[in-house]
Design a protein around this ligand. Structure first.
Ligand code: FMN
Length: 173
């Protein structure tokens, strides 16, 4: 399966990175083709709400930045993993910018499955991010939800979480 993993954390040694690493390693071991985008290293601007994409742009964005390399991966992915730290009760700013920019292309063409990875400082802070995921991404796209994997920094770095994500990777068809 062609899998796109969007990592919205700027911390290379953080909990989100640990979750991504555990899942991606196992998914590759299981024979899947995985692209990981480290969003925080990319130049991704916010949506300008110009509606060029929905008028003369025919689904393409008026802005030229690193979304140019992400749009084709977004449309080719059969599974998309959204992985983000919790900032102010929601996704990181970088992840928000990426999600808003998918307004241009709309529903990813090949996507059939999604999963959400969230890492936070405290417990019980996931409802906003889960609401966006179920309301505007997985649910809106009408694709299978393979689960929400969430925890505090230490929980996300734990062997228990790594095992859960390894099991997820090996459960994929
Ligand atoms: C700008 C900022 C905002 C944050 N807001 C929250 C928050 O609202 N709730 C929370 O539990 N943790 C919050 N945190 C803590 C992070 O979620 C936590 O450090 C987590 O480990 C970040 O993921 P990472 O390790 O992958 O970078 C915030 C951290 C930063 C830098």
């Amino acid at each position: 399966m062609n899998i796109l993993v969007l990592n919205g954390s700027p911390r290379v040694t953080g909990g989100t990175a640990a979750m991504v690493s555990a899942f991606v390693g196992a998914a590759r071991e299981a024979g899947h083709d995985v692209n990981v985008i480290e969003i925080a290293t990319k130049n991704i601007h916010g949506c300008l709400a110009c509606e060029y994409c929905h008028t003369s742009g025919n689904g393409s964005c008026v802005q030229r930045d690193d979304m140019d390399e992400i749009y084709p991966l977004w449309d080719a992915a059969e599974m998309i993993v959204v992985a983000s730290p919790i900032y102010y009760g929601s996704f990181s700013g970088q992840m928000h910018c990426l999600i808003h920019r998918t307004y241009a292309g709309g529903i990813p063409e090949q996507c059939r499955k999604m999963a959400l990875f969230l890492c936070s400082g405290a417990h019980g802070v996931y409802s906003n991010a889960e609401g966006i995921y179920h309301g505007y991404l997985q649910g809106y796209f009408g694709v299978e939800d393979l689960g929400v994997y969430e925890g505090t920094t230490s929980e996300c770095k734990s062997p228990k979480m790594a095992l859960r994500l390894r099991n997820l990777a090996f459960s994929l068809g």
